[in-house]
Design a protein around this ligand. Structure first.
Ligand code: ZN
Length: 260
């Protein structure tokens, strides 16, 4: 399969990515992966739990697939056909309530809306850390075209981060709660799970080599000057300019596709 056709199929509990993307650690795992089409990751704990080929699924470790994971396997096959359609948010809401987070109150206070995850995301290359970068199809194509155009002008644009799941953001919350922080304290620094533009797959953080990720100093770089001039031509707009109505700190690195 050509990389442009690689997909992340997004379920409620599991996500499937092409097996070729995994770096195998041992020979046995390498053989299993090379014979597989899909690699299944449990979103909640980030563990690789199974491989698949056609309709057949094999656990990577006996008993690692929980019953609810197995129920999600059938749903994954349908997710493939749903494309960019948003996934239901009932599971997210349940978990926000478990954290003691009132999503309606938070939405009002922050002036932000709940952001569902899509069913399918497309390969958009790799980010600065060599991790797979997943975006909605149109955003993925636009990002790659914009990166090429910048390169032709002598500017190197790097992706810092693209799609992030609700589980990813919930994980940040769980770790900070475990360290003794309160929900209110965490919310001062992190968006509530479910409320980040990164969940939708059309927003990304952009950087340039030699510049620290997600720092305001990015605004002084030639890369940022280039983005201000040209990003609009590729459908990207800055979500949080200075003095934005959401009261979110200025984020010169955070750009969203198709919003303008
Ligand atoms: Zn961002």
């Amino acid at each position: 399969m050509h990389p442009a056709d690689w997909r992340l199929i997004n379920g409620e509990r599991l996500e499937a990515i092409p097996a070729v993307l995994a770096r195998a650690r041992g020979n046995a795992v390498a053989r299993t992966l090379s014979a597989s089409e899909w690699l299944l990751r449990r979103k909640r704990d980030g563990r690789f739990v199974a491989v698949g080929r056609g309709g057949a699924v094999r656990e990577l470790q006996r008993g690692i697939l929980e019953r609810a994971d197995r129920d999600d396997l059938a749903a994954l096959e349908h997710a493939d056909q749903r494309g960019a359609a948003p996934r239901p948010v009932a599971g997210l809401l349940r978990r926000l309530h478990e954290l003691g987070l009132d999503e309606a109150g938070y939405a009002d206070d922050a002036g932000l809306a709940l952001v569902p995850e899509p069913h399918v995301l497309c390969w958009a290359g790799r980010d600065r850390y060599r991790r797979p970068l997943w975006l909605l199809g149109p955003a993925a194509g636009a990002w790659r075209a914009m990166q090429r155009a910048a390169r032709a002008d002598g500017i190197v644009l790097e992706a810092i981060s693209g799609y992030r799941s609700h589980d990813y953001q919930l994980g940040i919350f769980r770790r900070k709660l475990a360290r003794g922080q309160s929900v209110a304290e965490i919310l001062r620094v992190n968006a509530a799970p479910g409320f980040s533009e990164h969940h939708a797959g059309d927003a990304m953080d952009i950087g340039t080599p030699g510049e620290r990720a997600a720092e305001e100093s990015f605004e002084a770089t030639p890369a940022f000057a280039w983005l201000q001039r040209r990003a609009g031509d590729f459908g990207f707009t800055m979500s949080y300019p200075r003095g934005n109505p959401h009261g979110i700190d200025y984020e010169p690195w955070h750009w969203r596709h198709g919003a303008g």
